[in-house]
Design a protein around this ligand. Structure first.
Ligand code: PRP
Ligand code: URA
Length: 208
């Protein structure tokens, strides 16, 4: 399933990120805020569970204490995915964090895995996050790596993608729901998204 998280608040923040004059600080803040807004959509079907304990409201009412039924793991694809972690964490403070070290070889556009660590949790829902879904190679490889460790309840949250990347993920992992804020026009000759927002990792970390 593909969900395009179309919302005026997201559109305005994404527009700020697309602007080449936007500096790293505002770029990161906008990404963080969009990640938080998208989290609302991504997890809207989650169930809550009563813990068998109670809370008391200031008016004296006794209510059951509830928690999310699933344990959530947020797994950013490094580096750029790191920029989405805090936004998710603000919404789900109990989420655990994994790290998927992967970069795209700039000539072949093939993903190269260099690090992988996920928390060990019973039956988690793993949210793989990365702002950019270009050829889809990185997301496909990252999801395969998560599955290889035995986790099969996986969702993918991206900011900007193109049809090519969406199709690649849907074909390789039809069981993984994709959430995205914008589907852009195409890739350019060096694999960058058009209109896109440039190199997300470099803009987040100020490396160019
Ligand atoms: C970017 C981006 C994705 C990948 C998308 O990462 O954050 O992980 O490219 O491209 P794809 O869909 O064609 O695989 P990059 O390789 O630039 O690494 P970085 O985040 O460390 O800058
Ligand atoms: N990675 C990026 O950071 N930006 C793109 O447009 C494509 C891949």
């Amino acid at each position: 399933m593909l969900t395009v998280c179309k919302h005026p608040l997201i559109d305005v923040k994404l527009n700020i990120m697309r602007d080449e004059t936007t500096k790293s600080k505002e770029f990161r803040e906008s990404l963080d805020e969009i990640a938080g807004l998208m989290t609302y959509e991504v997890f809207k079907d989650l169930k809550t569970r009563e813990l068998g304990e109670t809370i008391k409201t200031p008016t004296g009412a006794i209510l059951p204490k509830v928690r999310l039924e699933n344990r959530i793991i947020v797994a950013p694809i490094l580096r750029a995915g790191l920029g989405m972690v805090d936004g998710v964490k603000k919404m789900i403070p109990t989420a655990r964090i994994g790290h998927i070290g992967m970069y795209r070889n700039e000539e072949t556009l093939q993903p190269v895995e260099y690090y992988f660590k996920l928390p060990v949790v019973d039956n988690p829902l793993v949210l793989v996050v990365d702002p950019m879904l270009a050829t889809g190679g990185s997301a496909v490889a990252a999801i395969s790596a998560v599955k290889k460790r035995g986790y099969n309840n996986i969702r993918l949250m991206c900011l900007v993608g193109v049809q090519e990347g969406i199709k690649a993920v849907q074909e390789a992992h039809p069981d993984v729901d994709i959430y995205i804020a914008a589907v852009d026009e195409k890739l350019n000759e060096v694999g960058y998204i058009l209109p896109g927002l440039g190199d997300a990792g470099d803009r987040i970390f100020g490396t160019k």
